[in-house]
Design a protein around this ligand. Structure first.
Ligand code: ADP
Ligand code: ZN
Length: 604
């Protein structure tokens, strides 16, 4: 804040001095003589031969002053009068012209004054809008346009990987970066691809910032951070110049880490977005890309960006040599939540009765930040209750308090939703396991991700480049498995399955119109090109298909869907116990892997 006061003093000082100078200027020109007369009066006095001598301001004639014959003084402000000199000669008035008294510099200053004032105000507001304080001490009083990034020295950064819990895979993936920062020569000598940019994606509060700090902490390098949203409200050109400064600073202190939080604020697809393009945002993004491309391979600066919307990012950001490494930081599962709770409970005195597992089980959908908050709230409850140790009741109460607050954000599922999701995902998984010619089920989870309440992940054994009809048809049955399970086990249908239906219909349409895999219609491609079908546009827009063919297409799609729906229903009815078992396991563990799934299938 001292900067701010200094700045306004400076600005007011400049204004004051300038006003004084302007005042002086007019003073010099003689306005202090209380003898100002109208120009017409001056002319009539001239006509009457009352004027003895005059001095005329040169340049554009601004004023004329002089003495009358009765020795009184006068001053008049003169219009541009080409007759004047002739008149003066005619009336034999001695006259001279006076050079400007003020220095040229002064004049320049005065004509530029409004401009300077504007620039001053601009600087003032800009510094204001950048907000925050340069904690790390980058940028002094006059570092206008310099980056407002914060810097944490390695000595001050106490965060280590052990402080980040519940995302082992993500940690594993970034460990290599620490190694590289500690020992860049090893990598450079090998001439291998040196990491440059890492994109951390995941819901808010999952520990992306924490993970980035931990990388800097482990590698013992300076940590520069700035948020994408800082750039957004800036004046045009400032964002780009800040990016330049930030990279400059980081390069000077290499090896270093630059962390860009909320990169989606600047990194949205260019030319997209509501309200048309935003020049400032695009300029900032372009500058960022230029900086990343301009890095020499021996500069050991790693750029880590974080976002919870990887889907909206400009694909240019993901090109090789930019943020080509993407690490997902997921919401923690039940085990992860327990570990995160322990990380934060280390910092407070905990009673013997506290069981992290129980708290973890009761907090599905909580992020790491929610859990940190929970422990903090529990400590506050304990303090208010004048207890020395935080016990289970404090934790339970804190949990309730947070759930009330979070519920409206819908990330935290209620018990019924969880149960429904558990059956839904089990339905997908069991159908996939029972049908032949499908990809193995890798993982099933009821931890919400983005808009999906749960996910059944199938991974192909090898990369697939073509699909058999069987495979595709089975895929449709698997998609139906979710809804069918809801019907069979929960006696309800939810909107959660509507995306499955869309995908099933889409697939059936492709089988009929694009892959030409049905006897009814034969190996003919309907619809003009890939994208038409891909975009989900109905083939009915295509002119050259007859009404009868269209009807036949629809009938065939319908038949495929109906048959596969029945297949899914049959499989799940015949394997009720397995669905039940898997759903229970999901409710217990939230995420199950292929080993768990195999065990369920083998069980009698
Ligand atoms: P993000 O950057 O993903 O929004 P943050 O890293 O800012 O989340 O997390 C905020 C806080 O929540 C952290 O400072 C930490 O206290 C806590 N937290 C979040 N995730 C974790 C985690 N995986 N392990 C431990 N603490 C976490
Ligand atoms: Zn589904």
């Amino acid at each position: 804040m001292r900067n701010g006061i200094f700045k306004s003093l400076l600005i007011w000082g400049v204004i004051g001095i300038s006003l004084m100078m302007i005042f002086n200027k007019f003073n010099n020109s003689g306005s202090s003589d209380k003898n100002v007369i109208a120009y017409s009066e001056f002319i009539s006095e001239l006509e009457n031969d009352q004027i003895k001598n005059v001095t005329i301001d040169v340049g554009q004639t601004k004023w004329i002053k002089g003495d009358r014959k009765n020795n009184t003084k006068f001053l008049t402000y003169a219009p541009n009068d080409p007759q004047l000199v002739n008149d003066l000669i005619k009336h034999k008035v001695s006259f001279n012209a006076k050079p400007q008294e003020e220095s040229i510099l002064m004049n320049i200053f005065i004509s530029w004054f409004p401009m300077l004032l504007l620039i001053g105000i601009w600087i003032y507001f800009m510094r204001g809008s950048a907000g925050g304080g340069g904690k790390g001490g980058i940028g002094g009083v006059f570092s206008f346009g310099k980056s407002r990034a914060k810097m944490i020295n390695p000595k001050e950064n106490l965060i280590r990987f052990s402080d980040v819990a519940g995302c082992e895979e993500s940690k594993q993936e970034v460990k290599e970066i620490v190694d590289y920062l500690k020992n860049p020569a090893k990598y450079q000598n090998l001439g291998g691809m040196v990491p440059k940019g890492v994109l951390l994606s995941g819901s808010p509060g999952t520990g992306k910032t924490l993970l980035a700090k931990a990388i800097a902490g482990e590698a013992s390098v300076p940590f520069f951070s700035i948020s994408g949203s800082d750039f957004v409200e800036m004046f045009v050109g400032v964002g780009a110049s800040r990016v330049r400064d930030l990279f400059e600073q980081a390069k000077k202190s290499a090896p270093a880490i630059i962390f860009i939080d909320e990169i989606d604020a600047v990194g949205r697809q260019r030319g997209a977005g509501v309200g048309g393009g935003n020049d400032e945002r695009e300029q900032t993004l372009n500058q960022m890309l230029v900086e990343m491309d301009g890095f020499e391979t021996h500069t050991t600066v790693i750029i880590i960006a974080a976002t919870n919307r990887p889907d909206v990012l400009d694909p240019a950001l993901m090109r090789p040599g930019r943020f080509d490494r993407q690490v997902v930081v997921p919401l923690p599962d039940i085990k992860g939540r327990e570990q995160i709770l322990y990380v934060h409970m280390r910092k407070i005195p905990i009673a013997m009765d506290v069981d992290g597992r129980v708290v973890a089980r009761g907090t599905p959908g909580f992020s790491g930040a929610d859990l940190a908050n929970l422990v903090n709230e529990a400590a506050l409850f304990a303090a208010r209750r004048e207890k020395k140790l935080v016990d289970m009741k404090d934790l339970e109460d804190a949990k309730d308090k947070i759930i009330m607050g979070v519920e409206r954000k819908t990330m935290v599922m209620n018990e019924k939703e969880r149960k429904n999701t558990a059956y839904h995902e089990s339905g997908h998984a069991i159908v996939a396991k029972i049908l032949p010619n499908t990809d193995p089920v890798h993982k099933v989870t009821i931890i919400p991700r983005g808009r999906a309440l749960g996910v059944t992940m199938q991974l192909p054994e090898e990369d697939r480049y073509s699909y058999s009809k069987d495979y595709l048809i089975n895929q449709i049955a698997i998609l139906f498995g979710g809804r069918v399970a809801e019907e069979l086990f929960m006696n309800q249908m939810t909107t959660g399955a509507s995306n499955d239906f869309e995908r099933a219909t889409e697939l059936a349409r492709k089988i009929v119109t694009k892959f030409g895999m049905t006897d009814e219609l034969g190996p003919v491609i309907y619809g003009q090109n890939d994208t038409e079908v891909f975009l989900g546009r109905s083939v009915t827009t295509h002119q050259s298909i007859s009404e009868r063919t269209l009807q036949k297409i629809d009938e065939t799609i319908r038949k495929i869907l109906d048959t596969q729906y029945k297949v899914a229903k049959e499989i799940l009815t015949n394997n009720r116990d397995k669905v039940e078992m898997m759903a229970q396991m999901l409710l217990e563990k939230e995420t199950i892997d292929s080993k768990d799934i195999d065990n369920i299938i083998k069980a009698q």
